[in-house]
Design a protein around this ligand. Sequence first.
Ligand SMILES: *Cc1c(COP(=O)(O)O)cnc(C)c1O
Length: 389
Amino acid sequence: MSDHDPGFSTHAIHTGQEVDQVFGAVVPPIHFSTTYAPDGIGNLRNGYDYGRAGNPTRTALQTQLAALEGGRHAFSFGSGLAAEDAIIRGLMRPGQRIVMGNDAYGGTFRLFDKIHSAWGVSNTPLDLSDHERVASELEHNDATLLWVETPSNPLMAVTDIAALAEMAHANSALLVVDNTFATPYLQQPLRLGADVVVHSTTKYIGGHSDVVGGAAVLGSDAGAADLAEKIAFQQFAVGAVSGPLDAYLTTRGLKTLGVRMDRHCSNAQTIAEHFDGHPAIERVLYPGLASHPGHELAATQMRSFGGMVSLQLAGGEPAARKVAEATKYFILAESLGGVESLMNYPHEMTHASVRGTELAVPVNLLRLSVGIEDVADLVDDLEQSLAGL
Ligand SMILES: *Cc1c(COP(=O)(O)O)cnc(C)c1O
């Protein structure tokens, strides 16, 4: 065998998934035990003693995630927000400030603004494409962490990860990238200079809308080991860990991430191109369209453009509401990234918590999570619902 690095899907299927030593099971067993018998006092077998501290099924997922992000350390949590909380509490102290995109996921902003600000960590949301403003905020000593989501949710803005990593590091700040929308298959922020990658594995990584989870992943340089230790301590001491069945389901989803993403991307591209210029649509927001302001940048830092498409309806809020409730295959529901197509009205659903704030989203906006069904059926579904306006 040659010794070159295996490709993405080879890692996804084999890393952390060694054949079981006892029975030869090709799929590693799910370990439900909460406690582990040592081989005599103080003599742990393979390092496991108690389920909050460690579990082999969780380790398998963490090993797989680290490999897929091109990192060394990964920590799996009970939700994406639990992972975010561990990052903020592990890496920040009261009196410090987060600089973040003004179109971050609503739940992320709620966590920072309602929970962490009460704990003394403040936040400054701003337009991340305004590099001068980002740089000037980072010059303040209290701004120790830059939080980036790209492409963003639900406005699909694309942020230059390498440029912002450089800017953060020039000011002794850390760069965290929420890679939920892109997934490691399309974008690997650690390779572009990010210090931490965070995921809601509930979305594309789980991929089947049947498991909630989150993860933090860090790279392999000397600084990363120190940060990883702090996040590991949060995971252990706070205990917002993923349970064994959740970790298993996430691992199973991750094995097919590459093939699913190829189909999500091609379906989304077809839909974006089909409805671009449609009389009922004011604007299609998709980085795969050459007219999208982030298109060139996305082409350099992503393998392809992802499965999320947002539409602004020419008929305003009433049209958006009507279409949201009229589709057949696009199911009206929160969340994203599953095999089935989902329709979301962010203003009143995923982003209701940011209404009236600087992060509020347009009232004529629909966000589509384009699934992996046959694309002709998805196009028909949207055409029919628009025809009903
Ligand atoms: C869903 C989501 C989160 C939060 O993750 P949960 O698993 O719901 O806690 C964070 N960031 C983005 C971009 C998301 O879509």
